[in-house]
Design a protein around this ligand. Structure first.
Ligand code: FAD
Length: 504
């Protein structure tokens, strides 16, 4: 088995992993080759949720906007369960972080006055969303990837799956890795492990997430002793395109920002019955409103009406959405309404970290969607997640450089088999019982069924698909257990057997 050592290993090639790598590569210690860094991704480098982000990244820039407004909008969306210190730290860092993205080559759209063309999204009181058409994530992902390069003290490895990690008695992390193309395991040891493994979308039958979003970081961090919090704070995006398949194309709320209106199958605009902010209310409110309309009329979807918007504006700002609606459903969105349903979108909770991205396990970091930093509270404000990921990449850099002296690693051993689990069963149970509206009985049924699945699972030879299905099962059990612990309905979390708390 090949065995190598790097001072810092970053797992994940989305905005969190790549920007951690790039901030480290700009330090003197890196330039002087005093530290070695390795970045690993389980698929190709560009297969990330980051690459699919559409709407943009939030940061204060426009005249009339200020940090206090962005802080307040974030707190309102999060039902004031956010950590105000973290909210302030991230929001105030925003403009400098946007400069870093631009410095690394991201081209954000500009207006006729040659200033940045900022959009306004649900829950934001001002226009502060930096975007590149409706493919902002792709613009960021591509720019950051262009800056990666292998050198003697840095390695970038794709199609390598982190299967497991153990911390030995000398404080070294041993990473159990699987190289799919060569069908073999190998091991890397490291002093600092950064989990930037993204979300948990594959837990549900319908999600906007990429297939890599199987919650691996949560599973590994929990085994290493990190604390996991609020896993059941799942944000459902109100407007996933209603079409077949596990992965649902996202119809960005920037369209509602530009004037698109939600209508039920009777053609009525219904948001005025639910919230005075209408279609631009925070996502949890819009998702529950759509769910209620669908339940009231027994409908499988509602519609987003864009037919009154200027075709030229749609072509200029939403070319990808327009093209996908045409390809997937043969709909011309300048003339026809778009069928949409709420779908799993974002994990607001995750691995609990401090203000520098470190968990309670010394040397173990979590950055990006996998982490629970306190920024989002009980609900993420639109376009704050890309910001959070790059912010914590920067905050973590200095602490990551604080390396222990050379340590001998102590040999450890890993299992080489996995469970044979039907992932569809896990996805069906979560969608049925841990969706937008939950109840205690359903959650208990799901938990006991998942536990039975686990105890009766056959052991099979290792393969990445079965391994990650097993991870999904473990994370699903954690999520339901977390849901059953919740005592109040707050933000994205809603159990109809509980009372409501602070509704914004
Ligand atoms: C369709 C869509 C639209 C969105 N739009 C926006 C938006 O407009 N604005 C916004 O702020 N947010 C948006 N989001 C959310 C945002 O994109 C994500 O929260 C963010 O990109 C997550 O970045 P990340 O680096 O944490 O994870 P990701 O970008 O998902 O990257 C995860 C990485 O971890 C790797 N990985 C995972 N497990 C393993 C393992 N076991 N071994 C090795 N590698 C592993 C993956 O291969 C991948 O490289 C959107 C999300 C989606 C899905």
């Amino acid at each position: 088995m090949i065995h190598s050592h790097h001072d810092i290993v970053i797992v994940g090639s989305g905005i969190a992993g790549l920007s951690t790598y790039l901030y480290l590569s700009e330090t003197e210690a890196f330039k002087q080759r005093e530290i070695s860094v390795c970045l690993i991704a389980k698929s190709t480098l560009s297969t990330t949720n980051t690459d699919w982000a559409q709407g943009g990244i939030a940061a204060v820039h426009a005249i009339g906007d200020d940090f206090e407004k962005h802080i307040e909008d974030t707190m309102v969306a999060g039902v004031y369960l956010n950590d105000i210190g973290i909210v302030r730290k991230v929001v105030e860092a925003g403009p400098a972080l946007l400069n870093d993205l631009i410095r690394w080559g991201t081209c954000f759209d500009k207006n006729a006055a040659n200033d940045y063309d900022l959009a306004k999204e649900g829950g934001h009181s001002e226009a502060r969303i930096w975007h590149a058409e409706d493919q902002t994530g792709h613009a960021i992902q591509s720019a950051l990837m262009q800056h990666l390069s292998d050198s003697t003290n840095a390695k970038v490895l794709e199609n390598i799956l982190l299967v497991d990690a153990i911390k030995d008695s000398n404080g070294q992390f041993h990473l159990h890795l699987f190289n799919e193309s060569e069908n073999c395991f190998f091991e890397i040891t490291t002093s600092k492990l950064v989990l930037a493994t993204g979300g948990t979308g594959m837990l549900y039958s319908k999600t906007t997430n990429q297939h890599v979003a199987t919650g691996d970081g949560i599973f590994i961090a929990e085994k290493l002793g990190a604390s996991i919090e609020n896993l059941s704070y799942i944000q459902f995006h109100p407007t996933g395109l209603f079409h077949d398949g596990n992965i649902s194309f996202l119809v960005s709320e920037a369209l509602r920002g530009a004037g698109a209106v939600l209508r039920n199958q009777q053609g009525e605009a219904f948001m005025d019955q639910y919230d005075e902010r209408l279609d631009l209310a925070p996502r949890d409110i819009v998702s529950r409103a759509i769910h209620a309309e669908m339940r009231k009329h027994g409908d499988a979807c509602v519609f987003l009406d864009t037919t009154h918007l200027s075709p030229a504006m749609m072509e200029q700002h939403f070319p990808a959405i327009k093209a996908q609606c045409k390809t997937l459903l043969n709909i011309d969105i300048t003339k026809e309404i778009i069928p949409v349903v709420p779908v799993q979108h974002y994990s607001c909770g995750g691995i609990k970290v401090d203000a520098f991205g470190e968990t309670r396990v010394p040397g173990l970091y979590a950055i990006g969607e996998v982490a629970s930093t306190g920024l989002h509270g009980a609900n993420r404000l639109a376009s704050n997640s890309l910001l959070e990921a790059i912010a914590f990449a920067k905050f973590a850099t200095e602490k990551l450089l604080d390396l222990p002296g050379a340590q001998q690693s102590v040999p450890v051993s890993f299992k080489k088999e996995c469970y044979g689990i039907d992932r569809n069963q896990v996805q069906h149970l979560l969608s049925e019982h841990a969706g937008i509206i939950k109840n205690t009985r359903g959650l208990k049924t799901a938990l006991s069924t998942l536990q039975d699945l686990k105890s009766n699972a056959p052991v099979v030879g290792f393969n990445p698909y079965d391994h990650t299905s097993g991870v999904l099962l473990e994370v699903a059990i954690m999520l339901i257990a977390d849901a059953l612990k919740q005592e109040k309905n707050r933000g994205v979390f809603y159990n109809e057997d509980l009372v409501n708390d602070l509704v914004p």
